[in-house]
Design a protein around this ligand. Structure first.
Ligand code: CTP
Length: 399
């Protein structure tokens, strides 16, 4: 399926540039031809010789190289491929792309092309979190650029967080789904997942039993169909999937802010088990026993309903899917919840302790749509996710 396709691979500067060599091997192994472009910064980390040896092709790096212009002008070069992949994409290169700058070969190719572009960012966590980078990412998304990663983890600079280049296998999987034309290619889907932690004082919080397993499986299934996924997660025990943009939050209020920042999206799945209330009188200091035998009185205030807020927002995603965790009258409660929240579908599940669903590896769901209730058999959470992602792709294609 991939054989005979061509990828123009732009290698930006960064320690992670060595991973692009592994990506070239994976692509070539699948029969994909690679036209490599090495930026000046990229050439500080990998050599043109190793890139061209692995790609089996000439490396392009200079905009004003007359030999190259005679052979293949930069305009033609920008159109030779079925897909342009930028890996690693630095904050600087993404800023140039977002601003439409064209001051070197890579940025000129990216401005001149009408070919789909897949970007795999890599940078220090603070650079990734910076509002300027986040603004540029939102702009690139709006321009139709697809993203894979970054992953979270320890960085070469010793810091920890999002910003690590996605693994070559994950970039290869994203390339494959774009080239193979997965049904969600070009779509941005937002997924919330995990519990929220609501602070009582600096060392105590209120949580719930959500592991984040179902949300992570849904994000992975949507990614596998070609979607560009933003994964907003509370402190879950199951790690986030690779190849999606991970935004970590703790509280419901932070989750709403992260969700709003990630919009617009074509579809959204709200799988998070958001706390309904937060502590109104949370203490800035650790609460102490005062010896009187009196327990502190916690007061609660209702959290924003993220699903309802997004469902009713102007310019909301075309397909909004909520979950309903119920312990009795599952279908009746979930059907009422669909109308109350204003979402399109509700995935209802019975989370009574006897079912072992919350925190377990299986799920038994009923899909509630405007057409009625559809009972699904008890399935592994991965399979529930695949079925849901396929149904979403179908609905978006016909919507
Ligand atoms: N949800 C949300 N924001 C909240 C509460 C819930 O986005 N503050 C979302 C959940 O992610 C889920 C859906 O709303 O998709 C339903 O969550 P659930 O806990 O079942 O419902 P509640 O809103 O808590 O309603 P109830 O208290 O009636 O069960």
């Amino acid at each position: 399926m991939l054989a005979g396709k061509r990828v123009l691979l732009i290698i930006g500067g960064g320690i992670a540039a060595y991973k692009s060599l592994l990506l070239i091997r994976l692509l070539r192994g699948a029969g994909v031809a690679v036209t490599p472009v090495l930026t000046a910064a990229g050439a500080q980390f990998v050599t043109p010789l190793s890139v061209s040896a692995l790609a089996g092709e000439k490396v392009y790096s200079n905009l004003f190289d007359l030999t190259d212009e005679a052979e293949l002008g930069h305009i033609q070069l920008s159109r030779v491929a079925d897909l342009i992949v930028v890996a690693p994409a630095t904050a600087d290169l993404m800023a140039k792309m977002a601003g439409g700058r064209a001051d070197d070969l890579a940025s000129t190719l990216l401005l001149a092309t009408d070919t789909p572009v897949l970007v795999a960012p890599a940078m220090n966590v603070r650079m990734w979190d910076h509002p300027a980078t986040q603004r540029n990412i939102a702009q690139l998304r709006a321009d139709g650029v697809r993203f894979v990663g970054p992953d979270e983890g320890e960085m070469a600079c010793g810091e920890f967080g999002p910003g690590r280049l996605a693994e070559p296998e994950a970039i290869f999987a994203a390339v494959s789904s774009v080239l193979a034309g997965g049904p969600l290619v070009g779509r941005h889907v937002l997924v919330t997942s995990g519990p929220t932690h609501e602070q009582i004082d600096p060392v105590r919080f209120i949580a719930n039993r959500s592991s984040g397993a179902q949300g992570a499986a849904i994000a992975a299934a949507l990614r596998d169909l070609g979607a560009s996924v933003t994964f907003v997660t509370g402190p879950a025990t199951v790690p986030p999937p690779e190849g999606v943009v991970v935004v970590r939050v703790e509280t419901a209020v932070q989750m709403l802010a992260a969700v709003e920042a990630a919009l617009p999206a074509d579809a959204a799945v709200f799988a998070a088990a958001v706390a309904d209330w937060r502590v109104a009188n949370a203490s800035g200091q650790k609460m102490k026993k005062d010896g009187s035998g009196q327990a502190p009185g916690l007061q609660f205030v209702e959290n924003p309903d993220i699903l309802a807020t997004v469902s009713r927002a102007v310019g909301r995603p075309a397909l909004v899917v909520g979950f309903a965790a119920e312990t009795e009258d599952v279908v009746a409660h979930a059907t009422a919840k669909r109308l109350r929240k204003g979402c399109d579908w509700i995935v209802a599940n019975d989370v009574s302790p006897g079912t072992g669903i919350m925190g377990g590896s299986e799920n038994a769901v009923t899909l509630i749509t405007a057409e009625g209730a559809e009972v699904w058999p008890r399935l592994p959470k991965d399979e529930v996710a695949r079925r849901l992602a396929a149904r979403m792709a179908e609905a978006l294609a016909h919507g």
